[in-house]
Design a protein around this ligand. Structure first.
Ligand SMILES: *Cc1c(COP(=O)(O)O)cnc(C)c1O
Length: 410
């Protein structure tokens, strides 16, 4: 079970899928009836209502949601976007493909973007700050919002890992100018793949919508409010929407479960000298999908990880800037990793290599994750507990972990 939503798949997903197969002639691209209420349109309305925003653009992945958000914001060559050094490669990849320059910033003790460090990275070319709510928990949104407002920057939320999470009562993905969500199988709820973008800004919505559907104005109109843009096809499919629609209705149930599993695990793994829990900016708002322990030393973290058969977070493939060879090559001025030839210079010549963010390196090297809902070895959490964990399972995992910690810390 990769993400917790999977465990909740039942007849509601199946019925929706079968409904799609029965109405294939009237799929979403029914040109005579723009905006007909197929599954994608129903998902779009349901997601906008669930998150309390006026606009949703369903897309085929979280990566596409990020790209559409950047298109919606009009970000491109010459612009800089600040991203945390702990993210998913797509957070940076989307910036690279927009033609803008990703600027790395440190993470704080919550393993999300450090506002104090972000401040030092702002230049006259900075256009946006991308907060990535890693491992189900919110970034320091009050500080990031204040910083963005102070410098007139767009605040973009990569909320692929924290669907349904909140920060001081506000839903993640609805706080910034745009929020990007993923529905891939490793996320809180799934469409088997897919994603969506939320925004309150009608102009951003129109541009992102046109971008995701070949430049059409929203709902396949030839003209509309706003401006024409070149688009691509990043559309969500009816089949993915069928699954995602049913899963969205279960979001609260899924989160209740992951949070309960995490609570019971934490009750059995106390903090102690040399080891504490990951600091959270809003413990009530986090999704409970992963549980992270931070050790005083990297050696202790590595030893505990080895005992339980995982790796410290610094060894998470595709999630740590220092483990992205294509990014480092781009930073050295090589154009090989960027498959398109672009007019002018991408202006990415800068140090993206391991060691560029010492605070991030230090935090990640000292952190070890257990699954309490999302099981993903790429996130350093290939083991732990799934949503159907029994009290005996929780006890076993806690025992294993506590035994490993005692061996290492004494
Ligand atoms: C999963 C993920 C994405 C990309 O989502 P896809 O649907 O796989 O394209 C982007 N950012 C983060 C932080 C993610 O975890």
């Amino acid at each position: 079970m990769p993400g917790p939503g999977y465990a909740f798949i039942d007849d509601s997903e199946r019925d929706n899928v079968l409904e799609v197969l029965s109405y294939w002639r009237e799929h979403r691209l029914d040109f005579d009836n723009p905006g007909n209420a197929g599954m994608v349109r129903r998902f779009e309305d349901a997601a906008a209502a669930r998150f309390g925003v006026p606009h949703c653009v369903p897309v085929n992945s979280g990566t596409s949601a990020l790209l559409a958000a950047l298109a919606g914001l009009g970000i491109g060559p010459g612009d800089e976007v600040i991203v945390p050094g702990y993210m998913f490669v797509a957070s940076i990849g989307a910036v690279v493909y927009s033609g803008a320059t990703p600027v790395l910033a440190e993470i704080d003790e919550s393993l999300t973007l450090d506002p104090a460090d972000v401040r030092t990275r702002i230049t006259p070319r900075t256009k946006a700050i991308m907060a990535v709510h890693m491992l189900g928990a919110p970034s320091d949104m009050a500080a990031l919002r204040a910083l963005a407002d102070e410098h007139s920057l767009a605040l973009l939320e990569d909320n692929a890992q924290a669907t349904g999470g909140s920060y001081r009562g506000e839903l993640l993905g609805t706080i910034g100018a745009a929020g990007a969500f993923s529905l891939n199988p490793f996320k809180v709820v799934t469409g088997m793949d897919g994603g969506f973008l939320l925004t309150r800004d009608p102009r951003l919505f129109q541009r992102a919508h046109s971008f995701h559907d070949q430049g059409w104005f929203p709902y396949r109109q030839e003209t509309g409010e706003g401006e024409p843009v070149f688009g691509l096809n990043l559309r969500m499919s009816e089949l993915n929407a069928a699954v995602a629609l049913a899963q969205l209705a279960k979001l609260d149930t899924v989160l209740e479960r992951t949070r309960a599993v995490k609570r019971s695990l934490l009750e059995q793994i106390p903090e102690r000298a040399g080891m504490r829990r990951r600091r959270l900016h809003d413990a009530d708002g986090e999704c409970g999908t992963l549980t992270v322990f931070v050790f005083d030393s990297a050696a202790a973290a590595a030893a505990v990880a080895e005992h339980i058969g995982c790796k410290p977070l610094i060894d998470s493939p595709k999630h740590y800037y220092g483990g992205l060879p294509a990014l480092a090559a781009l930073g050295r001025g090589e154009r090989g990793p960027f498959p398109f030839r672009v007019p002018g210079d991408l202006d990415t010549a800068r140090d993206y290599g391991k060691g560029a963010l010492p605070q991030t390196d230090d935090m990640l090297a000292r952190s070890v994750a257990l699954s309490t809902g999302v099981s993903d070895s790429y996130l350093g959490a290939g083991n732990g507990l799934g949503p159907s964990a029994t009290p005996q399972d929780v006890e076993r995992v806690a025992d294993e972990f506590n035994t490993a910690v005692s061996k290492v810390l004494g």
